[in-house]
Unconditional design. Structure first.
Length: 111
């Protein structure tokens, strides 16, 4: 396992690089990252949750109002908890951004 300082640094770096985030790290973000480390949340789990949440944010109906910018790591906490509970192998979520086509515009058909 990574040392705390490296874990927190990498987690916050990933958070800042996540689409639809403000790209700014605040003290509460740093504290939450430290809590994830202390709980033993694997960094890969956080990375997968950030990617999953970003993908979900990008899929919106055409007529939906625009979403605001995510300004806190805490926004992603429920998705991190969700990924922790998944009963799938690590390869299930291990798709690099280079393998994922850009989805700037997506239409969702009504159900």
């Amino acid at each position: 396992m990574l040392e705390r300082r490296e874990y927190v640094r990498r987690l916050l770096e990933d958070y800042r690089a996540t689409p639809r985030t403000a790209g700014v790290v605040r003290r509460p973000d740093r504290l939450l990252a430290t809590q994830f480390y202390e709980r033993g949340v694997p960094l890969e789990t956080v990375e997968n949750a950030l990617m999953l949440a970003a993908a979900r944010l990008s899929v919106r109906p055409d007529n939906a109002p625009p979403l605001g910018i995510v300004r806190s790591l805490a926004y992603f906490s429920p998705v991190i908890e969700e990924v922790l509970q998944l009963k799938v192998g690590p390869e299930y979520l291990s798709v690099s951004p280079q393998q994922t086509p850009p989805h700037r515009h997506c239409t969702i058909a009504p159900v």
